[in-house]
Design a protein. Structure first.
Length: 718
């Protein structure tokens, strides 16, 4: 083994962390008899040689040696090697990717192409590995074939032939998944694959196999799903919770009643065969440990993955997905309910729909004694804001029952409010008030206190005194911003003008470190107080004497809100509109818009910004132009162009259009708004990521679109 490995000039190559002269040691480590050494070597391969999916020259040089490891029956954990080869060779560059490659990326793209060619050229060995004695190898081989082999018809035939004789349940599921991958990669075969999957799903196979077939059918040919897919899947889940009966032989043809059944190998036994699991201080080891903890005690640890795949395939069939999750949330199996809670969060996060029943069922999980289930439910509800209303009573009950969860402390950084507190506060529910009051008595105020107070609004008015008292105690040293900003945000949300003396103390004494951030927070608070903060006017007049700075613009904005002195602030804001920094120009435009027609003189300047290269500045300038001039045509045209350009500006655009009043029926704006309301997918849904306020922002967008079409806006600020 490894013939010629020392003849490779490894030192001349590099990986993610420097010279690649350690690669031979990693390759030899993959062949070690020591499980810990094998895992450390695998961690090194993923961490350096194939770092985050990258392919380097040394990665290419490894490919022949990895194939040697994969086919040597004396090597343990070969399934991991097959998975590594699949990852190295499985990157596809489509035509769009190739068109977007710039000069700096040419070498990397060439490496991907060479890796795909090299691994694909050797992919024939996976045909033999699909019947290997090691179930871990058999588990990895189907996806390798489906991803890498040049002859998908042969691959599909082998997958179908192997299924009836494969004794391991998890490997059988991998065979079905691989067939789905073939269909997705080679669309002319999708019909053939769908027909086979449909037969697997409808016959008397094990519930796991039938669920796997339905999941892949949803991915590659969703029109082939049965009309009663929800009750079918719910029934399969119930079967998987029940003690299994003697399993039937699985394959394409009906079972011969005289044939001997092939008993599937128990999952636990299969895991034992896949190599000793060791605890090593590596990323691979940590991920394996987390997976083991998550799946501990599960009779079918792969069921959650199958359901996630099914949900991906069902896509915008929100009604079916909601009904399926509702059934799971009623399951007596806590693990199924944990999975359902998490998937409910994913569904609501990406798709619009009527979720009252689903949210109420998530709320019922809050009282479960299993901490993982209750915590998962509270985290999902935290993200829902107003949509969490059906679970309000359940949230309040959990809040009252668990005062120890009101504030969460961390090894480093400031504490934060518990998810149940935040969920209830985001509903504007006054039952969150005792928890917030208690949190204000902690030695360090939770960093998100201010936002919670803001969502509660007038209901949080009793906290104003405590917020003032804590702000008065803040030492104005280098840590002042972290300690004061939650308090300032809370007072801003309450518009607590009586706190003006405490806020002025912070404004005057802000330290150098993060002092600009602290002054911004203080000025926002003063502006929110309005005329009640007239005591601050002399201080603000002094600050606006330094025009062209961010603090001058912020001070002018606050001064206008407090005194209404347009003559004093207008020159400052005009100066800010000419700043070299886009952020400062945006702030000035927004502040000028607040002046309404008193700032009409700046309309030509704002109109000139409608052609600026920065989208957000164009949007802010367009809104301000309408606010100072009262003319909507130019503004609407600019806003609709921004709407089409980026989904991220849509809420800001909709806010302005809603304020303008009734949108004319048949207009371009009406068409855009109605199209948004007709979309099932949330405007800010992302594949592979999300923000904590995504649902709230999207629901806000929908409400604004409806308001604009009804014509309940309030006009300009003039």
């Amino acid at each position: 083994m490894f013939s010629g490995i020392d003849e490779v000039d490894w030192a001349s190559m590099e990986h993610a962390y420097g010279p690649a002269d350690d690669v031979p040691e990693l390759l030899r480590g993959l062949a070690s008899d020591d499980p810990a050494e094998r895992e450390a070597a695998l961690d090194g391969m993923y961490g350096a040689v194939h770092h985050q999916g990258d392919v380097y020259a040394c990665t290419l040089a490894c490919i022949p040696f990895l194939f040697e490891l994969a086919v040597d029956p004396g090597v343990q954990d070969r399934g991991s090697v097959v998975e590594l080869l699949t990852s190295i060779g499985g990157f596809d560059l489509d035509e769009d990717d190739e068109a977007e490659i710039d000069e700096d990326e040419i070498e990397g793209a060439a490496n991907y192409a060479m890796a795909a060619a090299a691994v694909t050229a050797g992919a024939g060995v996976f045909f033999e590995l699909i019947a290997d004695e090691d179930p871990g190898v058999r588990l990895a081989a189907p996806l390798a074939l489906a991803t890498l082999h040049r002859h998908p018809v042969r691959v599909l035939a082998l997958l179908r032939e192997r299924l009836p004789v494969e004794p391991d349940e998890e490997v059988r599921l991998a065979l079905v998944e691989a067939a789905g991958r073939v269909a997705l990669r080679h669309r002319p075969l999708a019909g053939r694959v769908a027909e086979w999957l449909g037969r697997l799903a409808s016959r008397a196979h094990s519930p796991g196999l039938r669920l796997a077939a339905l999941a892949q059918l949803a991915r590659c040919s969703p029109d082939g799903l049965p009309g009663d897919v929800v009750p079918v899947v719910s029934g399969l889940l119930r079967e998987m919770r029940s003690p299994p009966e003697e399993p039937a032989q699985e394959g394409d043809e009906p079972v011969d009643p005289d044939a001997e059944p092939v008993d599937p190998e128990p999952v636990a036994a299969a895991e034992t065969c896949r190599g000793e699991q060791v605890a090593t201080p590596t990323l691979v080891g940590q991920l394996r440990s987390l997976s083991a903890q998550e799946n501990a005690g599960r009779g079918a640890p792969w069921a959650a993955d199958l359901l996630r795949t099914l949900h991906v395939g069902l896509d915008d069939r929100v009604g079916d997905r909601t009904a399926l999750l509702a059934d799971q949330l009623r399951s007596p199996d806590r693990r199924q309910r944990i999975d359902a809670v998490r998937m409910s969060g994913g569904l609501i996060r990406a798709w619009r729909g009527p979720y009252e029943e689903l949210v109420a069922l998530v709320g019922t999980q809050l009282s479960d004694p299993e901490p993982r289930l209750a915590e998962a439910a509270s985290h999902v509800l935290e993200e829902l804001f107003g949509l969490a209303a059906p679970a309000a009573d359940a949230l309040a009950a959990r809040l009252a029952d668990r005062p120890g969860d009101w504030v969460k402390s961390w090894p480093s950084g400031p504490p934060g409010l518990g998810s149940t507190v935040k969920a209830l506060a985001r509903l504007g529910d006054a039952r969150a008030l005792p928890a917030l009051a208690a949190a204000l008595e902690q030695p360090q105020v939770a960093h998100d206190m201010g936002f919670a107070v803001g969502h509660l609004g007038a209901a949080a008015r009793p906290l104003a005194g405590a917020l003032r008292g804590r702000l008065a105690e803040v030492e104005l040293d280098e840590g002042a911003y972290d300690r004061a900003s939650p308090l300032l945000a809370g007072l801003t949300g309450l518009r607590a003008g009586e706190a003006t003396p405490e806020v002025l103390r912070v404004l005057r004494g802000a330290p150098d470190y993060r002092g600009e951030w602290l002054r911004t927070a203080a000025l926002r608070a003063l502006g929110s107080f309005g005329p009640a903060a007239r005591e601050a006017v002399p201080e603000l007049r002094a600050l606006i004497r330094r025009p062209g700075t961010a603090s001058a613009t912020e001070a002018a904005e606050a001064l206008w809100a407090i005194s209404g002195d347009a003559d004093a602030v207008l020159p400052v804001l005009i100066e800010g509109l000419q700043s070299h920094h886009v952020h400062d120009r945006r702030a000035a435009a927004v502040a000028l818009g607040a002046l309404g027609t008193r700032a009409a003189v700046v309309a030509p300047r704002l109109r000139g910004l409608l052609a600026h290269e920065e989208l957000w500045l164009r949007v802010d300038a367009a809104i301000a132009l309408w606010e100072v001039s009262g003319r909507s045509q130019e503004t609407v045209e600019a806003l609709l162009a921004g709407w089409e350009r980026s989904r991220h500006v849509r809420v800001r655009v909709a806010e302005c259009v809603a304020r303008m009043g009734p949108v004319p029926e048949g207009s371009a704006a009406a068409h855009v708004l109605r199209s948004e309301l007709a979309s099932v997918r949330r405007h800010n849904a992302m594949d592979g990521g999300y923000g904590s306020h995504d649902i709230h922002e999207d629901e806000k967008l929908l409400a604004l679109c409806r308001q604009a079409l009804r014509g309940t806006g309030k006009g300009t600020t003039a």
